[in-house]
Design a protein around this ligand. Sequence first.
Ligand code: 5GP
Length: 225
Amino acid sequence: MSNDVRTAVVADDHAKPWETVRRGLLLLVSSPAGAGKTSLSRRLAADYSDLILSISATTRAPRPGEEEGREYYFKSRAAFEAMIAAGELFEWAEVNGNLYGTPRAPVVATMEAGKDVLFDIDWQGACQVAEKAPDDSVRVFVLPPSWSDLARRLHARAQDSTEIIDQRLALGKREIAHWGEYDYVIVNKDFDRAYADLIHIYRAERMKPGRNPWLPEFVQGLGEE
Ligand code: 5GP
């Protein structure tokens, strides 16, 4: 892995190794707007305390109901560009005329604590993170069951004007074009089913030998019993 993110192994003498010693992963979830990625991601982060949702910075204006530090850190373009110049962003991209980026410090702190980071980011960001940390990245793409379903969901949200919704649909087509770059693809026809699929992916990835550095010693101990 690159120096961008250092992964720490957390050890606790009093606990069983599989409870505390492991290498965190970076779970990257992308989809066109309206396919359910944000609801799926937020639910997974709420249900798994070892998985910390990365809160992005953005230059886009807050939507009704969005709060500073909960959905995003809302920045002026100048403030965002200053973050880029200072190297404070782990990745960033322009999406539909706005800048979005992942603050580096919380990602590093979470990995150093031996926990996992969940990113709700577009294909450009997912690609950058996967290039920087190929061994630690797991990319998941969420597809809508149909195009009309996606349009219906965007209209039902009633957060944006028709013009903005049309832009988001056009952007969604371009996002979907990258589905083949992902490790896993979920079709979100039914939320509970899609959520169960996401849990399976996350849990299976956590069981990969490389993410559990305690295994060699554990297996050696088994042989010596
Ligand atoms: P929205 O404006 O609908 O909240 O997000 C627009 C798009 O930007 C979504 O695809 C979202 O996943 C993506 N996005 C949000 N945060 C980030 C980020 O930190 N980096 C990148 N590359 N994309 C992001």
